[in-house]
Design a protein around this ligand. Structure first.
Ligand code: MLT
Length: 284
């Protein structure tokens, strides 16, 4: 891990490989370790895998908004001297951050990979649930988040459980949740609740977009990505069987192969926006 000072925080970042820069943004409330299964992608590309502010080994202050995390991501690319447009990949909260990078800094994005996430803002009920969870976390600590999230993160079907090495996956996620400061969790819950709807801004994204979702994701189910498929001008959709909300961690081989294939196409099309249609692909 390197430590990269930014104007008002310091980010810890894991980097490996060389070539096309690919930024991997973790979900809530995790850190770079959830992407460990993606390290083999560094045979072909330059992976940049930060702990976002307040998470993992990165310093605070805790996140104030999803837009701020997007600006951090671009400041990190600057600090690493990544001048060419990068592939921005994010899971769940990281997906919201990736969408904000595409909306706020479009010239920094070569392609987008959105994983187990959605474009829409929270419903009033979802906002209220986040407020309630934040209040409970402030009172009793991280275990409240572990209890609320762990049972819903990984696939529940027998095939999914067998595939994901569920016990090890859950143990990693539980450890990460418990290592995340309460101030980061409560601030991130407020930032998630306040995030704007990104459907309209995403209609303007001209770069290729890969949408990936676990068939058994109950937090951001496949229909979220199916709706997103109708928004982006150049989407591809992959629904990963036997995976839940953490598809890259549950089935890294399938995820990595889909990303490799997508990146080959992206590289083949040069850096600029393309006018041609990409075929859509569904894998069930
Ligand atoms: C995540 O995995 O990042 C969270 O589930 C995001 C969310 O709650 O919307």
């Amino acid at each position: 891990m390197h430590t990269i000072p930014l104007p008002d925080t310091t980010l810890a970042v894991h980097t490996c490989g060389s070539g096309l820069p690919v930024l991997l943004l973790h979900g809530f409330p995790f850190d770079h370790a959830m992407w460990a299964g993606q390290d083999p992608l560094a045979d072909d590309v330059r992976l940049i895998v930060p702990d976002q502010r307040g998470f993992g080994r990165s310093a605070g202050p805790p996140p104030a908004s999803i837009a701020q995390l997007a600006d951090d991501a671009v400041a990190l690319l600057d600090a690493l001297h990544v001048a060419e447009p990068a592939v921005i990949c994010g899971l769940s909260m990281g997906g919201y951050v990736a969408e904000h990078v595409a909306a706020r800094h479009p010239h920094r994005v070569r392609a987008l990979i959105l994983v187990d996430t959605k474009l829409e803002a929270d419903t009033p009920e979802a906002r209220a649930a986040r407020e309630k969870l934040a209040a409970t976390v402030a009172r009793v600590g991280q275990e409240a988040v572990a209890e609320a999230m762990i049972p819903n993160l990984l696939a529940r079907s027998d095939a999914g459980r067998a595939r994901s090495g569920r016990a090890a996956g859950e143990e990693l996620l539980r450890r990460t949740i418990h290592a995340t400061p309460v101030a980061t969790i409560t601030a991130a819950l407020a930032a998630l609740a306040a995030r704007p709807d990104m459907v309209e801004p995403m209609r303007a994204v001209t770069v290729p977009v890969l949408l990936v979702v676990g068939a058994e994701d109950t937090i951001t189910p496949p229909d979220c990505m199916e709706r997103a498929e109708r928004v982006f001008p150049r989407p591809r959709l992959l629904i990963m069987p036997h995976c839940g909300h953490m598809a890259p961690l549950e089935d890294p081989d399938t995820f990595n192969e889909a990303v490799r294939e997508f990146l080959r196409e992206v590289a083949g099309h040069g850096a600029g926006p393309q006018a041609d249609e990409h075929p859509r692909k569904h894998v069930h």
